[in-house]
Design a protein around this ligand. Structure first.
Ligand code: FRU
Length: 486
């Protein structure tokens, strides 16, 4: 084991004991210590779900990237494992960037981007190449011929500095990976590679590109079949806001279409925003043994990071979400395993919502709540969550404008960051349905059975846990709330 890896493992172990567990999310994954961003290597190995992540154990700020590691039997309870990778080779000395994993011939294979810097005319330039490490679920050996996929294998004019985040899969004894890249027009593209052996890859083609329409660099690609469609998932940087569909900066999108394996052509039919909230980026998926496609994302983003310095850790992942397709549209729903942890059911039916009020036992900071809203004599309906004397976060449904807003302006923020985001929603047969997961510092809103999702962080002391409802007319609400106990 390299000294860098040993040091990271020891540090993590030592610091972990100092963390106040009460402050951690209960049913969402948070990193042991330090900083976390993207999910990596989300996959099954020896019948358990593994999650790696971009990790800097020493501080709650992004810095020289390692891979942290955890595993779970049910996506809800996670067991921390020792740091998996450190930037300990010449070719990855600047950082072990994002990537993915598969189980292969009894081993766990990790592929990641090795970043190093070269000096040219006194200036430092990053070089990003794809590397392989093979292990037993705890310890990994970087293979001798790394990097195995180099930026000089890309077509003429492609960037050497932006070439990262390989997602690997295996099909009929052949390995494939998609990698994010920047083409000769400066905007994002996804390159496909294939290999018979893990150390001998060849470039197959560019399967889709931004053409300067969907942001610049495309980060963290993923490519998979979902029912009758194929989905290329990317996280574009530097996007321009478009009505209520996309916000400025980093977004994550599903590109839905068809794929012909005979000529490796992906035919994009549709673009869909993955999450309309304030804090969501770099999602990755895996397939479970029972065939479900599960997505997990980083519950934060680069333009808006508010560092949770106080806790000694600063990252959270979304609830893992099952993906399905309904009439060409991808729906996301919390993994069914979460339902095992529901307790203390409280239900109310046909509640008339007018002036602000609370309901007995509807409160909490680790809850799963389902609401069905009907009625046509109101324009605005509001839920205040994580509320105390002066702090609260609001979900606001403007029925007339068909807009759902999440607003955390008064959640306890002390920095001038974006606090509000809105999306268009449609009632179905006169009803809007919401499922709201609150887990200490996060709020995930699933609208109309997961047709749309909105994920945001809040920064409210845990003692503030009231919930209230109001409308400017008479909205009618059915509500069921569970506590989550893990
Ligand atoms: C996405 C990303 C990846 C990169 C990683 C570095 O959030 O920028 O493209 O591999 O983070 O930590």
């Amino acid at each position: 084991m390299s000294q860098l890896l040993e040091k990271a493992r020891e540090f993590e172990q030592k610091e972990l004991n100092k963390i106040n567990m009460e402050e951690r999310p209960l049913f969402h994954f948070s990193n042991p210590v330090g900083w976390m961003n993207d999910p990596n290597g989300f996959s099954d190995y020896h019948k358990e779900h593994h999650l790696f992540f971009q990790y800097y154990p020493y501080e709650t700020r992004w810095n020289s990237m390692h891979w942290g590691h955890a595993k779970s039997k049910d996506f809800i309870k996670w067991e921390y494992l020792p740091v998996a990778l450190a930037p300990d080779q010449e070719y990855d000395s600047y950082g072990v960037f994002s990537g993915s994993a598969i189980e292969d011939k009894g081993k766990q294979v990790l592929v990641y981007t090795g970043v190093n810097e070269i000096l040219k005319d006194g200036k430092a330039y990053a070089r990003q190449n794809q590397c392989v490490a093979i292990g037993d679920g705890i310890n990994y050996q970087k293979i001798a011929c790394n990097p195995v996929v180099r930026s000089d294998m890309l077509p003429e004019g492609s960037s050497r500095e932006d070439f990262r985040d390989p997602k690997i899969w295996k099909e009929e004894d052949k390995y494939y990976m998609v990698v994010g890249s920047r083409g000769n027009d400066g905007s994002g593209q996804v390159a496909l590679f294939s290999a018979d052996q893990l150390d001998s890859w060849k470039f197959v083609g560019i399967i889709d590109k931004s053409a300067n329409e969907l942001g610049k660099m495309w980060e963290c690609p993923d490519f998979y079949q979902l029912e009758e469609k194929y989905v290329l998932m990317v996280s574009p940087q530097e996007m321009e806001a478009k009505e209520r569909e996309f916000h400025s900066g980093n977004n994550s999108v599903f590109l839905v279409g068809t794929y012909c394996k005979c000529n490796y052509k992906f035919n994009r039919e549709k673009i869909q925003n993955i999450d309309y909230g304030l804090d969501f980026y770099a999602p990755q998926t895996m397939q479970t043994e029972d065939g479900r496609r599960i997505l997990i994302g980083w519950m934060q983003s680069w333009d808006n990071p508010i560092y949770q310095d106080i806790h000694g850790w600063s990252g959270m992942m979304t609830i893992p979400r099952e993906l399905t397709i309904k009439e060409g549209h991808i729906c996301q729903w919390p993994v069914r395993e979460l339902e095992k942890y529901r307790t203390g059911k409280v239900s109310y039916e046909n509640v008339v919502v007018g002036k602000e009020f609370s309901l007995a036992d509807i409160n909490g900071r680790s809850i799963d709540m389902e609401i069905q809203l009907t009625g046509d004599t109101y324009q605005k309906y509001k839920i205040k969550l994580a509320a105390g004397d002066s702090r609260y976060s609001e979900i606001i449904y403007n029925r007339k404008e068909k807009v759902l807003t999440f607003d955390r302006t008064y959640s306890g923020l002390k920095r001038d960051v974006t606090s509000m985001r809105s999306m268009y929603v449609e009632e179905e047969n006169g009803m809007l349905s919401l499922r709201v997961l609150v887990d200490k510092y996060s709020v995930e809103i699933f609208v109309n059975n997961g047709e749309q999702v909105m994920t945001s962080l809040i920064y409210t002391p845990l003692s503030e846990n009231s919930i209230s409802f109001s409308s400017d007319g008479e909205a009618c609400m059915n509500i069921t709330k569970y506590n989550i106990e893990v």
